[in-house]
Design a binder for this molecule. Structure first.
Ligand SMILES: Cc1ncc(COP(=O)(O)O)c(C=O)c1O
Length: 367
């Protein structure tokens, strides 16, 4: 869709890239690191100062205690963290539980590792799941469950009760939780972010993944991290070294400045996304789509409603041709593509003027 969008000179609400500018203090710190020739490999686990900041944030925001020297790894994006977590835990044929709709990279990285995927549906409008269905997916072959909260594409934020259900099953069946919490600072209404790794009994069986791409609008910097118990972190560190050697060193120095940003930064980011969600929702309403309100992240999944297209693929092409706005067909987020045949996903993490223009084009073409 991104390629086709470029060909149509469209506005890309497809791919999950946020194109807002990076905060000046972070850019200045990265530039300074480049000028100071901090250009060599860092330790594979990342520079010490950054690991200390991450450990302090994990304690304060996520309620997870970790040793910055032995239980934190700086990775090549949250994606790099997910890759090394999967490679180190999963043997071909192991079963892994994935909630649907899912983030495509999760599915495909797991498949690359030879995992057998067992899906648990989350259902609109609130994206709940059936606890009995979840329980029925656990057996002696289950190695891991993937928890993406807030979730891409649905915006689901797992509740305390849901986290506890998952944690109980992980402990009963000796299963790991691999979490992806990259959207942890983007939350709507009364949603609260909770990390499953903070629950009692989950300390030794959770790999908690997050990163800088989304919170600081730096998807191209490729900086993320994970925390987990020491023995596991040692294994994961070796794989991180083998695959990547380390995350980009000057940018690790740069992103240290992110930890100096005041609470106002997060508040204003949230207010910006509140406004953009509202804008996107009202454009969808105006063209007869039925959107499912997210609890977090920056995507809007919407039913085609009254749009004059027979399915998601035709709708995505139609929106691009007639409104020059790109979206993602819903079928790509489900194990059975039919489940998403009437859905499109819009990413609203765009510069305000681009989002205003995209919404105007949608209204002009379809309202
Ligand atoms: C759920 C989720 N995890 C991870 C990523 C990518 O993170 P990173 O840029 O840190 O690799 C994305 C990007 O869209 C995402 O939606």
């Amino acid at each position: 869709m991104s390629r086709e969008c470029a060909e149509h000179d469209g506005i890309n609400l497809g791919q999950g890239i946020c194109d807002q500018p990076v905060e000046p203090i972070i850019k200045a710190a990265a530039a300074e690191a480049v000028h100071q020739d901090r250009s060599t490999y860092s330790p594979f686990e990342g520079i010490a100062e950054l690991r200390q900041c991450i450990a302090a944030k994990m304690q304060a925001y996520n309620g997870i205690s970790c040793d910055p020297d032995t239980e934190v790894l700086v990775t090549v994006g949250a994606t790099g963290a997910f890759v090394i977590a999967c490679l180190s835990l999963i043997e071909p044929g192991d079963e892994v539980i994935l909630f649907s709709p899912f983030y495509g990279y999760h599915r495909h990285i797991l498949e690359l590792c030879g995992a057998r995927l067992r899906y648990v549906d989350t259902l609109p409008p609130d994206w709940h799941f059936d606890p009995e269905r979840l329980q029925s997916m656990f057996n002696e072959r289950t190695r891991a469950v993937i928890v993406n909260t807030p979730s891409n594409p649905s915006g689901k934020v797992f509740t305390d009760e849901e986290n506890r259900q998952i944690a109980r099953l992980c402990q009963q069946h000796d299963v790991f939780a691999i979490t992806d919490e990259i959207y942890e600072y983007i939350l709507y209404g009364d949603a609260v972010h909770r990390s499953i790794g903070a629950l009692e009994g989950m300390e030794d069986r959770t790999i908690t993944i997050s990163g800088f791409s989304k919170t600081y609008s730096m998807t191209g910097w490729r900086l993320g991290y994970l925390v987990c118990q020491r023995a596991l972190a040692e294994r994961l560190g070796v794989i991180n070294d083998l695959l990547y050697i380390c995350a980009p060193t000057p940018l690790q120095h740069g992103v240290l400045a992110a930890f100096d940003l005041p609470a106002r930064y997060y508040r204003e980011m949230q207010q910006g996304y509140d406004r953009k969600l509202e804008m996107m929702t009202s454009a969808c309403d105006a063209i007869g789509m039925r959107s499912f309100q997210p609890q977090g992240a920056y995507y809007l999944l919407a039913d085609l409603g009254e749009l004059p297209f027979e399915d998601d693929i035709a709708a995505a092409s139609g929106l691009l041709e007639r409104a020059r706005v790109a979206s993602v067909p819903g079928s790509s987020f489900y194990p059975e593509p039919e489940a998403g045949r009437r859905q499109l996903r819009f990413c609203f993490a765009k510069q305000e003027q681009d989002l205003v223009e995209a919404c105007r084009r949608l209204r002009e073409a379809f309202a």
